[in-house]
Each structure stands twice: as C-alpha cells, then as structure tokens.
Design a binder for this molecule. Sequence first.
Ligand code: SF4
Ligand code: SF4
Length: 58
Amino acid sequence: MIPVVDRNECTGCGICVDDCPAAAITMDDADIAVIDKDACTDCGICISSCPAEAITEG
Ligand code: SF4
Ligand code: SF4
C-alpha cells in the first residue's frame, strides 16, 4: 500500500522530500507533503523518516 500523509500532522519540514529515494514526494501550495502514487515504490522510508509521524501505511 502507498503511504498516506496526514495533512493535519504534516509540519512542512520537507525531510521526507529529501529522503524519498524515488523522488515521489513534493510539497503542495500549502506546504504539505504529497506522495505521487505512480512514482512511489512503497519502500516505507518516509514513514520512519517523518519526525511528526505524519506518514503512515496506506
Ligand atoms: S517529513 Fe513529515 S512533517 Fe516533514 S514534510 Fe514530510 S510528511 Fe510533513
Ligand atoms: S514509501 Fe518510499 S518511495 Fe514511497 S513516498 Fe515513501 S520514501 Fe518515497
């Protein structure tokens, strides 16, 4: 399953954008992380790298 970003928990730090090996995460206009479902390889790295625990398994 592709991970899901809790938009209420994301602080916009951008760490997941840098950590994603597939470059599947970008920040939207509200500075919230968005995962490209087609690019994501479901490696799970972003789930553990998010300091706000805003990314969970989908
Ligand atoms: S690491 Fe977490 S808090 Fe930081 S931008 Fe990504 S989802 Fe948001
Ligand atoms: S699961 Fe892996 S490939 Fe998918 S968004 Fe997170 S870090 Fe990127």
